[in-house]
Design a protein around this ligand. Structure first.
Ligand code: NIG
Ligand code: FE
Length: 395
C-alpha cells in the first residue's frame, strides 16, 4: 500500500540535495510517497508518481518528526512547589532529585507505567516520533532495573543513569554507591538499556567517577552519553569527547576548549532550553558551537525537576529567542540533530528509504514554530507510515 501526501506548501526534508539546497532541503509545493513504514519518494507535486491512496495537505507544512534525544520519563510525583520557589529566587541544585527518588521507589510498576505512557502520549501529540528515556530516579538495583524495563515498553532508546546522584543512604559511602552502580546495578540494568549516562556536575559525580562508571558501562556493551556542564564548568564535556560519547548534554557552561574539543569529534552537543528556562539559568550560546562546526541537538530534558516540558516546539521557540539559534538551525537540531545524538540514520531526514515519521503543521512554514510560540501547530503525526494522531478529518 502506497500513500501520496500532496499539495504540501512547504516540505522540510533535512536532505540538502533536495529543494533549496540548504541544510533543511526545503521543497515548495511538494509531495511525498509512503510505502509501508518507509518514505518511497520525495519531490515536487508536479513530479509525483501515482499511489494507492492520496492525502491532500493544502494549507499545511510538513517537517520530519521531532527526535527527542534526552528525556527522563520514568518517575513518580512532581515538584511544582520547588519550581515556584525557584521563580521566587531559590537556586536550582541536585537536592530536589531525592524527593523524586523517594516517590519513584514508593510507586508500583503500574503507576510508573501509567506515568510513562502519559508522557509518551504528550510527546507524540507534540510531534515527537522518536525519543530517548532514562532511569535515574530509582537508585537501587531493583528500582533502576524496573524503571528501565518500564522505559523499554515505550522506546528502544533507553539509558542507564544509576549515576544520577548518590542517594541519601550512601551519603557517607560514595565509593560504595559507585561500586554498586558498576557492579550489581549495571548487571541488572544492562539488558534493558542501550546507553550509559552519568550526571557529571557539581553535587553529582566528578570526572574521575564518571570515567569509571562510563567505562564499566561500555565494557557491558552500552554506549556512553553524559550530562555535563549544566551547573558549572566541568571536565565532563572533554571526558565525553575522550570516551567517544554519542552526545554530551546541557553544555551550559562549555568553555572555549570544550567547544573546540567537540568540534574535532563526532560527539554531539545536546542543548536543553527547557532546563535553562525552568531553572532560570544562563543561556548557552548555540552560535559558539555551530560556528565551530559542532553537531548540535535540541531536546526537551523532560523531567519533574529542571524541565517539565514535552514540547519540542516550545524548546525551538526558546532556542531561537534566547540561545542564538536561527529558526532553521533550531528545527534541524530538533530533528536531524537528535537523530545524530542517538546515532540513528533511519530518522530525522525525509528521504527515500528512511522511516516515514513526519508531522504536518497547521502553518504555511516551519518558521511558525518559533514565530507563534505556545500555539499547538501540530495537526497530525505520521509514525512508521501510520497516522498516529489527527486533529482534523482528511480532505
Ligand atoms: O537533566 N541534570 C540532571 N538531571 C536532570 C534533572 C533532574 C532533576 O532535577 O530531577 C536534568 O536536568
Ligand atoms: Fe537530563
Amino acid at each position: 500500500m502506497t500513500t501520496l501526501y500532496t499539495n504540501i506548501g512547504e516540505l522540510v526534508t533535512n536532505d540538502p540535495t533536495q529543494g533549496d539546497g540548504s541544510p533543511l532541503g526545503i521543497i515548495a509545493d511538494a509531495a511525498l510517497v509512503v510505502d509501508g513504514d518507509r518514505i518511497a519518494w520525495v519531490g515536487t507535486r508536479v513530479d509525483a508518481p501515482a499511489a494507492d491512496s492520496r492525502v491532500s495537505c493544502v494549507g499545511t507544512s510538513v517537517i520530519p518528526g521531532f527526535v527527542d534525544s534526552h528525556a527522563h520519563l520514568v518517575f513518580a510525583g512532581e515538584r511544582s512547589a520547588e519550581f515556584a520557589a525557584r521563580m521566587s529566587g531559590e537556586p536550582y541544585g541536585t537536592g530536589g532529585i531525592s524527593s523524586t527518588v523517594a516517590a519513584t521507589r514508593a510507586a508500583d510498576d503500574a503507576a510508573l507505567r501509567a506515568g510513562v505512557e502519559r508522557l509518551a502520549g504528550e510527546l507524540l501529540r507534540a510531534g515527537v516520533t522518536t525519543f530517548e528515556t532514562k532511569s535515574g530516579y530509582g537508585l537501587t538495583v531493583v528500582d533502576e532495573a524496573r524503571c528501565l524495563q518500564i522505559a523499554a515498553t515505550v522506546t528502544d532508546e533507553t539509558t542507564f543513569l544509576g549515576a544520577h546522584v548518590v542517594p541519601a543512604e550512601f551519603r557517607d559511602d560514595r565509593d560504595g554507591y559507585i561500586e554498586l552502580v558498576v557492579g550489581d546495578m549495571l548487571d541488572a540494568c544492562a539488558p534493558a538499556a542501550s546507553w550509559v549516562d552519568v550526571f557529571c556536575d557539581r553535587g553529582a559525580f566528578d570526572v574521575d567517577e564518571a570515567r569509571h562508571i562510563l567505562t564499566a558501562g561500555m565494557a557491558a556493551g552500552l554506549v556512553p552519553r553524559l550530562h555535563a556542564g549544566q551547573l558549572g564548568p566541568s571536565g565532563g564535556i572533554q571526558l565525553g569527547v575522550d570516551l567517544g560519547a554519542a552526545s554530551v548534554d546541557h553544555c551550559t557552561y562549555a568553555t572555549g576548549a570544550d567547544v573546540e574539543a567537540l568540534a574535532g569529534s563526532p560527539t554531539v552537543a545536546t542543548l536543553l532550553p527547557g532546563a535553562e528556562f525552568s531553572t532560570r539559568a544562563q543561556w548557552p550560546d548555540a552560535k559558539r558551537f555551530l560556528d565551530a562546526g559542532v553537531t548540535v541537538a535540541l531536546a526537551t530534558d523532560c523531567n519533574p525537576g529542571s524541565s517539565f516540558t514535552t514540547s519540542m516546539s516550545f524548546c525551538i521557540a526558546v532556542a531561537v529567542r534566547d540561545m542564538n539559534f536561527t529558526p532553521a538551525q533550531a528545527l534541524w537540531s530538533a530533528t536531524a540533530g537528535g537523530a545524530a545524538a542517538l546515532r540513528r540514520a533511519d530518522v530525522g531526514v525525509l528521504a527515500e528509504g528512511r522511516r516515514a515519521d513526519f508531522v504536518r503543521l497547521d502553518a504555511p512554514s516551519y518558521l511558525h514554530l518559533a514565530y507563534r510560540p505556545g500555539v499547538p501547530l501540530v495537526r497530525d503525526v505520521v509514525k512508521g507510515g501510520q497516522q498516529e494522531l489527527s486533529r482534523r478529518v482528511e480532505s
